[in-house]
Unconditional design. Structure first.
Length: 250
């Protein structure tokens, strides 16, 4: 269950309150209304058990199923209130727990769809020819700010044509900048430090059963099931694999 422990407990409380208030209301009904709501109660219990088992075992279907479940309970509560004279207190409480469950499920579904990716640290990347070399912290910060997109992570940092003079100039510039505001007008020394970026799991996405590739946030890309997704590193990679750019990229 892992990171879903708190959500699992919260949803169990929401479902417990819902059923404790809903079951007595069902047995207050008569005739066809009772039969219909009794069958619906059985369906609610079955769906809730399956969905919560899915949450416990971190299965992908659990939160979409709970989203539908709470949406149906809200509609049914509204139906009972207007047709069978639910007390306002019961209606408000059932609506509240249904809406709370819906919001929790929607929030978890959104996080499941777009997981957060953090950039990796680059402090361990040092030039091979300088054992005592230390990348200045302001420079590290500057590199990190250039990669503000959470989907881009550092893959490598290359120090090309670096020499003692360049390292000394960079370090002196940043030390002087800290010590005096007057140095801010000086031209910043050019650095030969280069870095490359990589998209994880890929920059573009395509389907195994299609010939087009999309941006990850394209509405068509979101419809591709996980098992059919093909991640592509670049447009060149997509072209090599026989995919054409979708209209979302033009």
């Amino acid at each position: 269950m892992g990171k879903n422990t708190g959500v699992f407990v919260a949803l169990n409380v929401v479902l417990l309150v819902f059923f404790l208030k809903f079951i007595p209301r069902v047995f207050e009904l008569n005739g066809k209304a009772f039969v219909g709501e009794f069958l619906l109660l059985g369906l609610f219990l079955a769906v809730a058990l399956i969905a919560m088992a899915g949450v416990y075992f971190d299965l992908d279907f659990s939160f979409p199923l709970l989203l539908v479940f709470f949406a149906v309970t809200l509609v049914n509560t509204l139906f009972l209130y207007f047709n069978f004279g639910f007390r306002l207190y019961n209606y408000v409480l059932l609506s509240f727990v249904g809406l709370l469950g819906f919001i929790i499920s929607l929030n978890k579904l959104d996080k499941q769809k777009y997981p957060k990716q953090e950039p990796r640290s680059i402090k361990h990347k040092l030039p091979k020819n300088f054992e005592s070399f230390k990348v200045p912290d302001p420079l590290l910060k500057e590199l990190q700010e250039k990669v503000s997109d959470p989907n881009i992570i550092f893959e490598d940092v290359e120090f090309e044509k670096a020499d003692q003079k360049e390292v000394a100039e960079l370090q002196k510039y940043h030390d002087d900048e800290k010590a005096s505001a007057e140095k801010s007008s000086k031209e910043k020394p050019k650095s030969s430090i280069k870095y490359s970026t990589a998209y994880s799991p890929g920059k573009f996405v395509a389907s195994k059963s299609s010939t087009s590739y999309h941006a990850p946030k394209c509405e068509w890309a979101e419809k591709i099931s996980k098992k059919n997704r093909v991640w592509l590193a670049s447009k060149e990679d997509a072209k090599k694999k026989g995919y054409k750019a979708h209209s979302c990229l033009k």
